[in-house]
Design a binder for this molecule. Structure first.
Ligand code: CO
Length: 294
C-alpha cells in the first residue's frame, strides 16, 4: 500500500512536470533579423538575443534571417540559420502555440514587408499550428519610437565629443519601399536635436554628398562615425570606415577632417533593445486571428 502511494505520488510528480514543461513550451519568441555573415558583426544580434532571454526566461527563442544571400553564405561555411518558413516549422516542432514574432528590422520597409508576406503565406498554407502569432513591428514605427531611438543613439555618442565636433551616422536606405522616407525623417529629427548630427544612407536617396558639403561649410574639424544599422557589418566596416578612397571616412579625411569610427551595431544599444522589447510586449496584431476589415 505504501509502495502504491509512493508510486502514485511520483507518477503525479512526473505528470505535473510534464504538464508544466508543456505549458512553458507553449509560448515562444521568433526573432527575425536581416542577418549578418560577419563574425565581428554578430555580437549586435547576440546582445538582442540576450536581452530577450532575460525578458522571456524559460521561453524558447528561435532565430530567422530574411536575407537569402546571407543564409546561403553561412550555409556554405557550415552554419545553418533558418528562413522564416523554416523557423515557423521549428517553432511548431517545439510545441509552441502562442508565438511572438519580432521583426528586428529598422523600419517597416522592404525586408519587413517581405517577412509579413512569408508569415501570412505560411499560416494559410499550414493552418491550425499556432493559436496566436503576434507580430511585433520594426524599430521605427511611431513618433514614440523615433524619440526613444534618438535618445538611445545620442546616449551612444562618445563622451569626449566636443560641442564643435560632428557625428555622422550611416543608414542603409533603399529606393524601393518607404526606407528612404524613414531615413529622411530620422535625419531631420536628429539634425533638429543637434545641428552637428547627421544621418545619410549608403544606398537610395539620402546620399552622403550633402552631409559632406554641410560639414565643409561649417568648417567642422572632427567627425565621429557610427552605423545606423542593427549590425555593424560590411557597410560599416568598408563603406563607412574602410580605407578605400570612396569610403565616408576617406572622403572626410581628404576634406581635412579628423575621423574616428565607432563600429557598434544598434542591436548592442540597450535603448534600442528596449524599443524592440516594447514592441514585442505591446503588439495586438495577431496574424492567426486578424481583425476583420469588412
Ligand atoms: Co546593403
Amino acid at each position: 500500500m505504501r509502495h502504491l502511494a509512493s508510486f502514485l505520488s511520483s507518477l503525479l510528480l512526473v505528470l505535473c512536470l510534464a504538464v508544466s514543461a508543456q505549458a512553458a513550451s507553449a509560448n515562444g519568441v521568433l526573432l527575425v533579423a536581416f542577418g549578418t555573415s560577419m563574425d565581428s558583426a554578430k555580437p549586435a544580434l547576440d546582445d538582442i538575443g540576450n536581452a530577450y532571454a532575460k525578458a522571456y526566461p524559460d521561453t524558447p527563442i528561435v532565430w530567422a534571417y530574411t536575407s537569402d544571400i546571407i543564409r546561403n553564405k553561412l550555409a556554405r561555411e557550415g552554419t545553418r540559420v533558418f528562413s522564416v518558413r523554416e523557423a515557423l516549422d521549428e517553432c511548431a516542432r517545439l510545441g509552441i502555440v502562442n508565438l511572438r514574432v519580432q521583426s528586428l528590422h529598422l523600419m517597416p520597409a522592404e525586408e519587413y514587408t517581405m517577412m509579413q508576406r512569408l508569415l501570412v503565406r505560411d499560416l494559410s498554407l499550414k493552418p491550425g499550428r499556432f493559436d496566436h502569432v503576434w507580430l511585433g513591428v520594426p524599430l521605427l514605427e511611431s513618433r514614440q519610437d523615433l524619440n526613444d531611438v534618438m535618445d538611445a543613439v545620442f546616449a551612444s555618442f562618445p563622451r569626449e565629443r566636443k560641442a564643435d565636433e560632428a557625428v555622422v551616422l550611416m543608414g542603409h536606405g533603399n529606393n524601393r519601399g518607404p526606407a528612404d522616407l524613414a531615413i529622411a525623417c530620422v535625419a531631420t529629427a536628429l539634425n533638429e536635436k543637434d545641428p552637428l548630427v547627421y544621418l545619410a544612407a549608403v544606398e537610395g536617396a539620402n546620399s552622403f554628398d550633402s552631409v559632406l558639403a554641410a560639414l565643409r561649410e561649417k568648417k567642422v574639424k572632427k567627425v565621429y562615425l557610427q552605423p545606423f544599422m542593427i549590425v555593424a557589418g560590411d557597410h560599416a566596416r568598408n563603406d563607412l570606415a574602410g580605407a578605400e578612397e570612396d569610403s565616408w571616412a576617406s572622403q572626410l579625411k581628404a576634406a581635412g577632417m579628423e575621423v574616428e569610427a565607432n563600429l557598434t551595431g544598434l542591436g548592442s544599444n540597450p535603448g534600442v533593445q528596449k524599443v524592440f522589447l516594447r514592441h514585442t510586449a505591446d503588439t495586438k496584431d495577431d496574424l492567426a486571428h486578424p481583425k476583420k476589415a469588412d
